[in-house]
Design a protein around this ligand. Structure first.
Ligand code: ADP
Ligand code: NA
Length: 352
């Protein structure tokens, strides 16, 4: 029996916010405990995906480092996991090219994210037209790279007893996983049964909303710094952001996301970090008559306890470039080995 492989990627967009942590990264940490020790956990900082949109080289370099430090600070163990920059393992791009040669342009052009870019570009304003002429091939084809990311880490000894690769994804990524399966089908049709259809681990869709505009999700793209909590924020900043989070003037605390999005979001954050594991509804009952101030202080306490240590570890790691380099090189070597097995099979199959 071959071990399972779990692959997941994160864009190098700097220190993760609370939404990234709750919606994705916390699961990465938990998999260290929940998966069999034999399961390979492969986590990539996907810098090649980042350059599908313009990047300042210095900023990109810095953000990769920030994400690496953050991943270690939240408790990913570089011995248990394989953590590396995507560009350190050229097999990702190499397999992408090979997959691209059997991938369907029609399928790619029907993908939601591309269609939304395209419809913006073909709309009539002059400004959007110029966006259209600047649409890049990399942006169009990045789902092929995403497929390669996953498929390259399947290690197979022979084509008939392959094991699946498991990919934890949010709902927004389902379509890309479908496309990866399509890439497998097309490749295998052309060259024989060598690639395995990846399975997905769909993580429970826990969404954290913006603190200043609680009807939209917390995101790094929001202008207002106070709309999000970074997992490395100081305790004072966390307290102050929670204290000024937008709520409503209805007296008391109750859980009702439709009519009370601000309070409900805070109840959900509270619930995620509550040491007594109470649901938002149970917490609402416990704080039913509390003032917003008292309630928010309790939310901040729970959050600070839950994030305890992350900031200090992050600051230590960030000050230690050579250690971060060592960790990344170690991960890259492990990832290169894992990718090589697949590439040998694929290249032989293709005749390269
Ligand atoms: P952003 O919206 O800040 O640009 P990304 O799109 O880069 O975040 O998302 C990175 C990961 O974090 C994805 O797995 C995504 O599902 C998750 N994520 C992002 N924002 C949230 C949020 N507000 N709540 C829960 N999960 C989130
Ligand atoms: Na986003």
């Amino acid at each position: 029996l071959r071990p399972r492989v779990v692959f997941s990627g994160i864009q190098p967009t700097g220190v993760p916010h609370l939404g990234n942590y709750v919606g994705a990264l916390r699961q990465w940490v938990n998999l260290q405990r929940d998966e069999q020790p034999s399961t390979k956990l492969i986590y990539s900082i996907v810098d090649l995906h980042a350059i599908t949109v313009p990047q300042k080289p210095e900023t990109l370099r810095q953000r990769k480092r920030e994400v690496l430090a953050a991943l270690l600070a939240i408790g990913l163990d570089p011995e248990r996991c394989t953590i590396f920059y995507q560009s350190s393992v050229p097999a990702h791009s190499e397999l992408m090219w090979i997959l691209a040669c059997t991938a369907s342009v029609g399928y790619l052009s029907r993908m939601t994210q591309w269609k939304s870019k395209l419809s913006l570009a073909s709309s009539s304003t002059l400004e959007n037209k110029s966006v259209g002429s600047r649409l890049k091939l990399g942006l169009f084809s990045y789902p092929v790279l995403q497929a390669a990311d996953i498929l390259v880490h399947r290690t197979v000894a022979d084509a008939f007893t392959p094991r699946a690769t498991h990919v934890p994804v949010g709902h927004d990524q389902q379509q890309h996983l479908e496309f990866a399966r399509e890439c497998v089908t097309n490749f295998n049709h052309a060259y024989g049964n060598h690639l395995v259809h990846p399975e997905t681990i769909v993580s429970p869709a826990q969404r954290i909303m913006s603190l200043t505009e609680p009807t939209s999700k917390m995101s790094k793209s929001h202008e207002a710094q106070r709309s999000r909590i970074l997992i490395t924020d100081s305790p004072q900043d966390i307290r102050s952001k929670i204290a000024t989070a937008l709520t409503d003037s209805i007296p008391g605390i109750s859980y009702d996301p439709a009519t009370r999005p601000g309070i409900s979001n805070l109840l959900e954050i509270f619930s995620v970090f509550d040491t007594e594991r109470r649901s938002p509804t149970q917490l609402a009952r416990a704080y039913a008559d509390a003032s917003p101030k008292i309630f928010k202080e309790a939310v901040a306490d729970a959050l600070l306890t839950g994030l305890q240590g992350i900031r200090d570890r992050y600051l230590d790691l960030s000050a230690n470039d050579s250690y971060l380099d060592k960790i990344e090189q170690h991960g890259a070597r492990k990832a290169q080995e894992s990718a090589k097995e697949t590439m040998d099979i694929v290249k032989t199959a293709v005749g390269l």
